[in-house]
Design a protein around this ligand. Structure first.
Ligand SMILES: [Zn+2]
Length: 103
């Protein structure tokens, strides 16, 4: 019988690879960080549209795929996941809080 997965995983994607060289913890990507990157990319597209650098915005799927590559991988231990959420709450702005409070 294994331990139940931490409820913190609601806020993270579990990757199918391990974090670092020891095979103890899976790598994690924060869902809140992906959402805030999507918003940033949307704003970028808006600016490029207005300046005429592009003629069309990227679609939802394309934006999500691009944004998923951007956040750093986190060690998927309960301590590290909790630390990421805590630091984000303390340091980041209102927008980021909103993203991180929505699993
Ligand atoms: Zn995050």
């Amino acid at each position: 019988m294994g331990l139940a997965p931490s409820p913190l995983w609601e806020f993270f994607h579990k990757l199918s690879e391990f974090y670092g060289n020891n095979k103890t913890h899976y790598a994690a990507i924060c869902k809140g960080c992906i959402e805030s990157h999507i918003t940033a990319l949307e704003n970028e597209d808006t600016e490029k549209l207005m300046s005429g650098a592009i003629s069309e915005r990227r679609g939802e799927v394309e934006l999500r795929a691009a944004a998923s590559e951007l956040p750093p991988k986190i060690q998927g231990s309960t301590a590290r996941l909790a630390q990421h959420l805590t630091t984000t709450f303390q340091l980041a702005g209102e927008a980021s809080h909103k993203f991180h409070l929505t699993p």
